[in-house]
Design a protein around this ligand. Structure first.
Ligand SMILES: Nc1ncnc2c1ncn2[C@@H]1O[C@H](COP(=O)(O)OP(=O)(O)OP(=O)(O)O)[C@@H](O)[C@H]1O
Length: 265
């Protein structure tokens, strides 16, 4: 317990990687997210939990401006990445998404080879000059995604030919190949079997050494296993945000308590 408290205190004192203030989202007339304030620490895993439709994915998608692609979506408030407003007119959303990568619910490799899936981001961002450098970036990303040993002999095979769990690790490799600072994961294990889920969870735990990870999950067990901070959303509100231990053992808000004990959801 002492070790855990020390780790939590350590995270509590860390600088915020992302700070959101007064974030509101509407889809047409639907007020999907209300006045969200949150500081997301660097090099830790933050979980977003809450019942279906409460706005978790909406807020996650605000963090790398994925909602820009939704015609009816309107966003107010400020989201700072290292103190800089990501909605500032000078910010290029494509550059932003290289810094704030995303992994989706359903593994979605491109219809390309394993190699080209991972090389895609570094190529479009002109990150490497030679093939040897690109090879190195691809290998490093696949190693960090705990996939290298399974695919190193078939890098030219299609990414879509891998198992579901391998495809999801390939998508993680693709996301980390551009050396992002933040990794957003929207229910990354919901399409995976328990073994693949355990592998991805283990990987998330390793990724936090280097990245700020934000994960949306429907599984409270998963949130408890992988995250250090947890945010509970309900009906478009961020109800409570605290250390994961606190949220699951001693929440302050009765709505959080009801959700974690299974009374709402
Ligand atoms: N692209 C969209 N266009 C219109 N409305 C949307 C869109 N995405 C989400 N919404 C609405 O915004 C609200 C919040 O949805 P959101 O997907 O963020 O919730 P969630 O908590 O992630 O839910 P789930 O756990 O079911 O994925 C819901 O009312 C939903 O119908």
């Amino acid at each position: 317990m002492d070790g855990m408290q020390t780790a939590e205190q350590d995270i509590a004192t860390r600088a915020a990687k992302i700070s959101a203030r007064g974030v509101q989202v509407w889809y047409g007339q639907n007020h999907a997210l209300r006045d969200v304030d949150i500081d997301i620490p660097e090099r830790a895993v933050t979980a977003f939990i809450g019942p279906s439709g409460c706005g978790k994915s909406t807020f996650l998608r605000c963090l790398n401006r994925m909602n820009d692609t939704v015609a009816t979506a309107r966003i107010e408030g400020r989201i700072l990445l290292d103190g800089e407003d990501i909605y500032d007119a000078r910010v290029d959303p494509v550059q932003l998404r290289a810094r704030v990568g995303m992994v989706f619910q359903k593994p979605n490799p491109f219809p390309k080879s394993i190699y080209d899936n991972v090389a895609y981001g570094p190529r479009i961002h002109g990150m490497t000059r030679t093939r040897a450098e690109l090879d190195q970036v691809v290998e490093t990303a696949l190693r960090k995604a705990a996939l290298w040993n399974e695919v190193k002999d078939r890098l030219d095979a299609p990414g879509t030919g891998l198992s579901g769990g391998q495809q999801q690790r390939l998508c993680i490799a693709r996301a980390i190949a551009t050396a992002p600072e933040v990794l957003l994961m929207d229910e990354p294990c919901s399409a995976l079997d328990p073994i693949a889920t355990a592998q991805v969870e283990e990987l998330i735990d390793e990724l936090r050494d280097q990245f700020s990870v934000v994960i949306v999950t429907h599984s409270m067990q998963q949130a408890a296993r992988v995250s250090q901070k947890t945010a509970f959303f309900h009906l478009g509100n961020l109800v409570e945000y605290d250390s994961t231990t606190r949220i699951f053992t001693n929440p302050k808000d009765p709505r959080t308590e009801s959700y974690i004990t299974g009374r709402i959801g």
